[in-house]
Design a protein around this ligand. Structure first.
Ligand code: TYC
Length: 113
């Protein structure tokens, strides 16, 4: 009997060790799924309040914020940003909380891109 411990004496067995199973090495880099954050129109939230939301929580400049607000007003909704899940979730919560605290019915939602 060999004095070398027989760690290497056994052929691989168990899940994934069958050499006859075709495998493909992943070459894609990890791309986290992205989420669109959208504002919805309503008849009551003041236009200036929506512009303020876009400036404050999305870092959008005044002129573009006004344009996006008008798009929501005319079309019913608009995508205001695209983010990783946790960031999108935080934006939605910040907007919904701020609107609620100011007693405006503004709605903000997210959807997988
Ligand atoms: N429709 C609102 C008004 O006329 C303005 C508004 C714009 C409300 C965008 C919500 O997401 C919104 N006062």
């Amino acid at each position: 009997m060999s004095l070398i411990p027989h760690i290497m004496s056994k052929s691989p067995s168990g899940p994934g060790s069958d050499a006859s199973v075709l495998t493909k090495t992943k070459t894609k880099s990890a791309r986290p799924p992205l989420y669109k954050v959208m504002l919805l129109n309503d008849d009551y939230t003041p236009m200036e309040f929506v512009v303020h939301i876009l400036e404050r929580f999305f870092g959008i400049g005044h002129a573009q914020a006004f344009e996006i607000m008008l798009t929501v007003h005319k079309k019913g909704l608009a995508v205001v940003g695209v983010f990783a899940y946790e960031i999108a979730e935080t934006k939605v919560a910040q907007v919904m909380d701020f609107a609620r605290r100011h007693q405006h019915p503004l709605q903000c939602t997210m959807e997988k891109e």
